[in-house]
Design a binder for this molecule. Structure first.
Ligand SMILES: NC(=O)C1=CN([C@@H]2O[C@H](COP(=O)(O)OP(=O)(O)OC[C@H]3O[C@@H](n4cnc5c(N)ncnc54)[C@H](OP(=O)(O)O)[C@@H]3O)[C@@H](O)[C@H]2O)[C@@H](O)CC1
Ligand SMILES: Nc1ncnc2c1ncn2[C@@H]1O[C@H](COP(=O)(O)OP(=O)(O)O)[C@@H](O)[C@H]1O
Ligand SMILES: [K+]
Length: 497
């Protein structure tokens, strides 16, 4: 996977390390703080006309940034006051220097400090959040959120955990958040993403090279991370890969058809639906370019994989939960093709996850992708502590598979610890069958020869993009496969289409 710096995400402790490394290379903490405060003051000035501002300052360096903002806005002629309840002596040194340099009005931190101001700058808590917010600070945050005034948050909305995106008790709901050097996971994970409003990242003089020393393994999903395979002028359909999708029974065929259509749209050369004769009769009335092959039972499935020169298989969408799906999944895993296990295939191993993980481990040479939503994840992996990223990472390591922990903030994790957060999606995707489409998209890109993590991240991004392209209410999962072509075209140079 390509390694573009701009996509790196830093946890608060990694960010502290970045600060440290920058300071070790000759920057001063005070210069970084000045640059941070200047960037926020500039953002306020760019986005609003001069009007009364209150800067809410906390007890740490986030508050220090706030004092810089107050000084700079006041110097530009804006009416500004600070609300601060701590002791200046107790501030960390750089914050103290800036608090001492503030010569304007300072009020105690309370909801009364909002009176008469039109804009709020939130400098209460940043990377140093260490416990739930309570007491006076909670009351002020609640008053800010109720006030309806525009809020500019410094680094992260106060109360949002930068590592996990969790709201610790209560958190500022910002209109804009200005963060420094790189985004933090808490800006992309829910609910933190919703608290952050429009996010901008500014350079405060930390050299990009520190990322290598830190060894960042978490990234934001963007097309910079992967590239779709170019088409070959002399290519034939087998060269573009063959996908097999296992169908559900007579009354449960739709989900597999969604996967199959998506796999074909995303560029697999051939797609075959396999299942019982009666299920295939339903498919036959619905599909044209997709092929059908009768195969009931694990042996027949293995034969179908060999006969169809299959590169990637999908099993799970409406497959039914139980022995049949379990055996079919194991047959696919034993065959050595790239595999996407979704929905019922995951639940079928809820009581025997180790059987699944052992089958995955037997053929480490080929990618296996597990695509659980939160419920399926809990059934297969039980309760795992930590953020959504931590959970997906543990599950990937335990299973030996790429794990896609789905939702509004889908996380993709690989067994080697690399992880990616996707924020390029739409809540329109919360509709029956959209996960089936995603499973087919991943399989299609695996069949086209992309590596496991690249194929998965590309499919997750394009799936989100397809929904964003629909861009209005009324999306149903049947619409999604037909939106994939435009999503791919937008990121593929014309010469390579
Ligand atoms: N380092 C640098 O060079 C640069 C850093 N920069 C800026 O610094 C920020 C990080 O600063 P920081 O580490 O001082 O932490 P910060 O978020 O201000 O909070 C710490 C204070 O809050 C307190 N506290 C914690 N939780 C609490 C709660 N729930 N309720 C109430 N209080 C709570 C905590 O108390 P304690 O846990 O110590 O008891 C401590 O007093 C970063 O976000 C960025 O804006 C930029 O200037 C660029 C250069
Ligand atoms: N609020 C949301 N915002 C963005 N994407 C979402 C949201 N809710 C669900 N999704 C996406 O929609 C898909 C739903 O998959 P899944 O829950 O398996 O549904 P189904 O089983 O009906 O196909 C996943 O890709 C998930 O990430
Ligand atoms: K803040």
């Amino acid at each position: 996977m390509a390694d573009f710096e701009g996509t790196a995400l830093l946890t608060p402790s990694e960010m502290a390390r970045a600060d440290e490394l920058a300071i070790g290379q000759g920057r001063t903490g005070l210069a970084l703080m000045e640059a941070a405060g200047k960037a926020v003051a500039d953002a306020v000035r760019l986005n609003a006309a001069p009007q009364p501002v209150v800067v809410l300052c906390g007890q740490g360096n986030n508050g220090g940034d706030g004092f810089v903002v107050a000084r700079r806005l006041a110097a530009a002629g804006w009416p500004v006051h600070v609300a601060f309840s701590g002791h200046i002596d107790a501030l960390p040194p750089d914050a103290r220097t800036n608090a001492e340099a503030w010569t304007g009005e300072t009020l105690p931190l309370s909801p009364d400090a909002l009176a008469g101001c039109a804009i709020v700058v939130d400098a209460l808590l940043g990377a140093g959040l260490s416990r739930d917010v309570s007491g006076d600070m909670a009351r002020v945050i609640d008053a800010v959120n109720r006030s309806g005034r525009p809020v500019f948050a410094i680094d992260i909305p106060s109360g949002v955990d930068g590592a996990t995106g969790a709201v610790r008790g209560i958190a500022i709901k910002a209109d804009r958040t200005i963060t420094f050097f790189r985004k933090k996971p808490g800006h992309l994970l829910l609910p933190g993403r919703g608290q952050s409003g429009r996010l901008s990242v500014v350079d405060i003089g930390i050299p990009g090279a520190v990322l290598e020393t830190i060894g960042v393994t978490l990234r934001q999903n963007t097309p910079e991370l992967w590239s779709l395979p170019p088409l070959d002028a002399g290519g034939h359909k087998y060269g573009r890969g063959a996908v097999m999708v296992v169908s559900g029974g007579l009354l449960n065929t739709g989900a597999a058809r969604l996967s199959a259509r998506a796999a074909l749209r995303i560029g697999a050369g051939l797609v075959t639906l396999v299942g019982s004769r009666d299920a295939l009769q339903v498919h036959a009335a619905q599909v044209t370019a997709i092929m059908l092959r009768e195969a009931a039972g694990p042996e027949a499935l293995a034969e179908a994989i060999a006969a169809g020169k299959i590169d990637a298989a999908v099993i799970g969408p409406a497959a039914s939960v139980g022995e049949t799906t379990r055996e079919a999944s194991l047959a696919i895993l034993a065959s050595g093709v790239a595999a996407v296990l979704d929905a019922d295939a995951l639940t079928s191993f809820a009581h025997t996850p180790d059987t699944l993980f052992a089958a995955i481990a037997r053929r480490p040479d080929r990618p296996v992708v597990l695509t659980p939503h939160g419920g399926e994840f809990a059934r297969l992996f039980g309760r795992i502590e930590g953020s959504k990223v931590d959970q997906a990472r543990v599950a990937a390591e335990r299973s030996g598979a790429i794990v896609v922990l789905k939702g509004g903030d889908t996380v993709v994790a690989a067994p080697d610890g690399r992880a990616v957060i996707n924020a390029h999606a739409s809540p329109l995707l919360a509709t029956a069958g959209s996960g089936d489409v995603l499973a087919g998209m991943i399989a299609g890109l695996l069949a086209r020869g992309m590596t496991g993590l690249e194929a998965t991240c590309a499919a997750v991004w394009l799936h989100g993009d397809a929904a964003l392209r629909h861009g209005r209410p009324g999306l149903v999962s049947d619409d999604l496969p037909d939106l994939i072509a435009d999503a791919m075209a937008a990121i593929t140079p014309a010469s390579l289409r």
